[in-house]
Structure formats: C-alpha cells, structure tokens
Ligand binder design. Structure first.
Ligand SMILES: NC(=O)c1ccc[n+]([C@@H]2O[C@H](COP(=O)([O-])OP(=O)(O)OC[C@H]3O[C@@H](n4cnc5c(N)ncnc54)[C@H](OP(=O)(O)O)[C@@H]3O)[C@@H](O)[C@H]2O)c1
Length: 324
C-alpha cells in the first residue's frame, strides 16, 4: 500500500529477470528516488546473479516471496505475455502496485477483472509501453493538437524484425502469447492512438499465420471516427524499416527509424520551415520509471499517459485477429 515513505523513495521489485528486465534494472538505478528492493525468479541462482549485477537489496527464488516482502511498493512484471494476467492478480492481491510490460494481457476478458481489482484495492496499475514517454511522441502530438499539419488524414507505422525461428521461443510459441500483433503490433497501435486519438471506429487485420499457428506477419488497418485512417505493419519474421508518418491536409510528421524509440521527429509543411525535435538522452526506461515514481508519489491509481481504458482498447483491437 502507498505510505508516506513514498514521498522519498519508491521501492521496486522485479518479477522475471529476463532480457527486458536487464535493461529496465540498468535504467532504474539511474532514476532519482527509486531503489531496486528485490528481484524474484523461479530460479534462486538467476535471481541472485541478477541482484548482484544491479545492486538489488534482496533476491528471491519464488515470486510469492517477493510479494510477501513488505518493503516492496511496486512490482515490474517482465515475464512473457501469457503469464501477465495471473502474475498481476497475485501482485494486486498482495497489495502491490503494478507496472506490467506490454502487452499487459492477451485478451480483454483477462484485463477487465484486473482493472476492477486494482480499483477495488486502490492500487496503481499501468501497462509499460515506454515509447509513450519519449519527447518526440509528445512533440508530434503537440504539433497535431496545434493544427500544424491541418486535419490528420493518414498514419503509417511499421515494426518488424526477424526473430528466433525456434518454435518454443516466446515469439512463436502460442502458449507464451506468441505472434507479431501482441509483441510489436501493439507499438504501432499505441502510436496510432497517441497521434489520432482513441475514437476508433473499425479495425481490420490481414495476417500470415506460421507453422506454430501464430501471426508472423500482419497488416492492420484502422478507421477513426473523424475519418482518419491508419495502415500499420508488424512482423516477427522480417526486418522492416521501423519508420512512421502522420499526414494531414496541411503538412506531415515524419519519424525516422526507430519510431518506437525515436531520437528525433520532423515536421514538414508547405512553408517548408522544417522543424525537428531531438532527444537529449539515449532512449531508455528512465522517463517511464520517473513517471511511475511521480504517479505513486501523487497517489494516482492510473497513469494519465497510458490509461487502462486505452490498454483495454488495444486488447480489443488485437484480440479478435489472433488465432491462438
Ligand atoms: N519494452 C520493451 O522494449 C520490451 C522489449 C522486449 C520485451 N518486452 C516485453 O517484456 C516481456 C518479457 O520479455 P523478455 O523477452 O524479457 O522475456 P524472457 O527474457 O524470455 O523471459 C523473462 C522471464 O520470464 C520468465 N519466463 C520465461 N519463459 C518462461 C516460461 N516458458 N514459463 C514461465 N516463465 C517464463 C523467466 O523468469 P524466471 O527467471 O522466473 O524463470 C524469465 O526470466 C514480454 O511481455 C515482452 O513483450 C518489452
């Protein structure tokens, strides 16, 4: 539960010390007012090694032990998607706030009761989608709101990479929530709703399903209530360019690769006075972590930057199109 100590230091626990947790922990220690209180793995040795690398105060060989640690304020859930719902529930029931990696769950039915539980327990709960915090996304949004590109009409974004071909890998394994839509398609959706808003009228997906049954390549089309349209592409079989654009009847905004962790963004108008916004620090988790720290200190139960209603919208947009 939140207590007065949170005005000083937010004490984090990490559940699932894998690939992304490494990057998260590296950045966590650089954020003022945050400490890594504990890390939990199913394997005690893995937790100990991770704790030693990142200066964690404790290491636990079970998730339940981390959740029983009264000095943990918030848990960062960093396991494969298929486990998120159950682990978020465990965290909330143990009285912990939760930051869960994207995608927060793999069905809207799984997310709804978790939102209700967090509300009931008065605990902060947020999906971790770091792109939302980069200044270039926020600058682009400000340009759109200020009418700098006129009325937005079209948006494109592409996020594809050639992932491991091992059918057991989480990207291809249906039991682990595999597929491009859940893994990287969600960044393209988050980009679309960041730039064009959440009044989504229709979503359609065409996908190629691979040998394991998951969508390896998918093209997503969205029509927004105001008539703007988006075309998105995602893949776990093929490297794509990772660029993104928003075009209006008065100009356009161009994100060079990688739009999902942009170091710059450009506004191009007929007056041809190009404007650019550059990131002054390398893209990392610091901005997201500082946002969560501030939200906890302000006693917020949801993030105004990634509200749970929008997380639910992304779930509703993707879920009908995945087979597994
Ligand atoms: N924000 C980003 O840029 C970003 C980038 C990559 C991934 N992600 C997200 O982060 C999450 C984790 O991805 P990752 O690539 O870091 O995962 P990972 O390294 O494959 O696994 C992370 C941890 O999850 C547990 N785990 C792995 N496979 C498991 C299995 N078969 N059964 C039960 N537990 C298992 C393990 O915890 P134990 O140590 O307890 O065994 C492992 O240490 C995903 O939801 C992904 O979408 C985000």
């Amino acid at each position: 539960m939140l207590d007065s100590k949170l005005t000083k230091t937010v004490r984090w626990g990490i559940l699932g010390p894998g690939r992304i947790a490494e990057a998260f922990a590296r950045d966590l220690v650089r954020v003022e007012g945050c400490v890594l209180r504990g890390v939990a793995s199913r394997d005690a040795g893995r937790a100990r090694d991770f704790a030693a690398r990142h200066g964690s105060e404790t290491a636990y060989g079970s998730y339940a032990d981390l959740l029983a640690d009264g000095a943990v304020d918030i848990v960062y859930v960093a396991t494969p998607h298929a486990f998120h719902a159950e682990q978020i529930r465990m965290c909330l029931e143990a009285g912990k706030a939760v930051l869960c990696e994207k995608p927060v769950t793999v069905s809207p039915e799984a997310l709804r009761p978790l939102i209700a539980l967090a509300e009931e327990r008065k605990l902060f709960f947020m999906e971790g989608l770091w792109s939302r915090f980069f200044p270039a996304w926020q600058q682009a949004r400000r340009w759109i709101e200020a009418g700098r590109i006129g009325t937005p009409r079209h948006l494109t974004a592409s996020f594809g990479f050639r992932g491991p071909r091992d059918p057991g890998n989480r990207l291809l394994n249906p039991a682990l929530g595999g597929g491009a839509l859940w893994d990287v398609g969600i960044y393209t959706l988050a980009f679309a709703t960041s730039m064009l808003g959440t009044q989504v009228e229709e979503t359609a997906v065409m996908a190629r399903f691979g040998e394991t049954g998951v969508d390896e390549d998918a093209s997503i089309m969205i029509r927004f209530a105001d008539g703007a349209v988006a075309q998105l592409f995602c893949s776990v079989s093929t490297q794509t360019k990772h660029g993104a654009t928003v075009e209006g009847d008065g100009g356009r905004i161009v994100f060079p690769p990688d739009f999902w962790r942009p170091e710059s963004v450009e506004l191009i108008t007929p007056e041809s006075t190009d404007e650019r916004c550059f990131l002054d620090t390398p893209p990392g988790f610091q901005l997201e972590i500082a946002h969560v720290r501030d939200a906890l200190r302000d006693r917020l139960l949801q993030s105004p930057v990634i509200p749970l209603a929008e997380s639910l919208l992304w779930q509703e947009m993707i879920y009908p199109w995945v087979k597994t």
